[in-house]
Ligand binder design. Sequence first.
Ligand code: SF4
Ligand code: SF4
Length: 718
Amino acid sequence: MKETPGDIKTYRKDLQRALSNKFLGATLDAFAGSYPASRASAFSGIDFEALADEIARAKDESIPRFAELLEEFTARAQEAGAVVHFARTAFEANSIIASIAEENGVRRIVKSKSMTAEETFLNAHLERAGYEVTETDLGEWIIQLRGEGPSHMVMPAIHLSRGEVAELFTKVTGKPQDPDDIGGMVTVARTELRRKFLEADMGISGANFAIAQNGAIAMVTNEGNGRLVTTLPRVHVALVGVDKLVPDVKSALRILKALPRNATGQLISTYVTWITGAVECTPAPDSKKQMHIVFLDNGRLALSRDPVFSRALRCIRCGACANVCPIYKLVGGHNYGHVYIGAIGLVLTWFYHGRENARALVENCLNCRACKSVCPAGIDLPHLIKEVHRAILDVEGKRPAKNVLLETVLQNRRLFHFLLRTVSHAQAPVAEGGYLRHLPLIFSEEHDFRRLPALAKVPLRDKWEQINPATPNPRVKVALFGGCLTDFVYPEQGEALLTVCRDLGVRFEYPVEQTCCGLPALMAGEKETARRVAVQNIKALDPADFDFVLTLCASCGSHLKDYANLLSGEPLSGVKAAQLKDKVIDFSSFLIRVLKVDPNQFRTGGAKTAYHSPCHLCRGQGVRVEPRELISTAGFEYVPSKDEEVCCGFGGSYSLDFPEISAELLKRKLDNYEASGAEVLVTDCPGCVLQLQGGMAKRGGRIAVKHIAELVAANRKG
Ligand code: SF4
Ligand code: SF4
């Protein structure tokens, strides 16, 4: 198993290699393209959110009871003739399995797919001890023959082409294999593997559930190999993480309702195998199979006691958090996780495979929340990823220069804004038409995939008094939260807001003590800085003084709402943060739901307009309908485009840390919008504007990119 580089520089080289693999890109793209529709169809008629809530609740009840469930399971399984073992570490689990093999005179072992066995590197251990181990899941067999680890939890060989498989099978059989004859290659696998099943003395499987109520284990599989592994050989060993313990059959069935649907878009997998105890087995000396169940702790019990990270143990290993992750879709599992891949891999790697393997991985997250939105166990994966990042920095006690800078500058609003004003003056010789003429020297060529905007000559806060009209007897009182980009880069977006809302009875205020929302600090693992900045903003912007707190930035809006979690338990700011959560509103929702604007207030015949849905608006705040409705209400023709809800690749400082990924995501977005036939592209986040507008300018594209407030303002009558 390859180590994941701990330093970003080497890790980025791996990413670049993966990005240049055209087959990988095409195959992941094809799967990602079909997965959402199959998943939606599989869940049709099922309330996914409610099911995820039920699974999360049940898991949260089981997690603190693992020891008790294990005891109950052991008693029932032993009654049924199984032998139950407990391993504290991966090494102990491997040693127990090797001893079982030795005691039973085993030479040949067949195995079905098990992520837990991947976690313990079981095959390598057994092979070193002289056993012949054969993986029998087709994908797993292929990667075993290639000496690789899986690149997906459910589809381990998704990264390989049939050409590569044909070449491999040619070597295995000594006969040339035709890459176009898939049936022929399946026959090769079947012939080779059937022989292995018949010769094997021992079968090793994993399990999706271990049911305390009756001591049964269950496996959810799509190939018949799992059944052959657990029935043909005279000894069966199931390696099971203690997190697979559930109290009863009902709990297992609840998970089963979500697992295949979420994993592959199947209503049910081809096989669901339930095994209770030792059964008859002809090759066994006494005609009775030996059945061993080895429970693996490997840190799970300690994890189960952690108030934050215990949530990771809710995972049912469906792999969906990889299926929808925009980064996984570009670079595949070998570069997006260690053994466990996808979003959950970024969390579990630290616990099961150490800091070195996790350090660079946890930074490779856009915080786009796509993973969270499909997790059937309701795990807030982006939050856990940030917590792991913070914990690694804490343990190492070393903080990157970027973090020290963020801490120093963000906590001191006056210093921060002084620096921005200084840069704004200093950039004058290199600013042209709203963009910098060339990249600042600190950036390498890889960052030149988009044009960067110049800072505004006058920030929004400095012109606010002149542009904000007096509104006597307002019907709503609104605080505008600018955020760094609207304030210092795109003040015209704030001006557009005032234009749209003029004469509509809104009194806006711009509390000048507000500062950056603090999300960049949180993303860099600086939770304490993020908390201090949040307290400053709560003081600047007392929610009790306003009916709404409006922001034109989706990321700021989502993060302001999240202050309630960040400051929960703090004596006063915690209460204010909870109050703030209910008052934060985005531009489109404010116009559609609060002001209830109608088409008579706008001119008609506007341009064909496409929409980019910011991650922190659609998934972060659940706002999807209002922006599209506003485009039409304001007199424009809304043009749907492919992947509107997929991240544009900005992710704040992510685009600076991982420019190759950011550039590729941006390219795909812009290609989709150009294919839509739109003349204008709007979004409701200045960060997405920076990315999409800069990318469009760099490629000399014909589509005008702007904030939705600017679009709507330009069409307001009068
Ligand atoms: S974290 Fe959630 S989405 Fe990811 S594999 Fe686990 S259960 Fe599935
Ligand atoms: S937040 Fe987005 S980028 Fe990060 S792991 Fe989840 S899906 Fe991937």
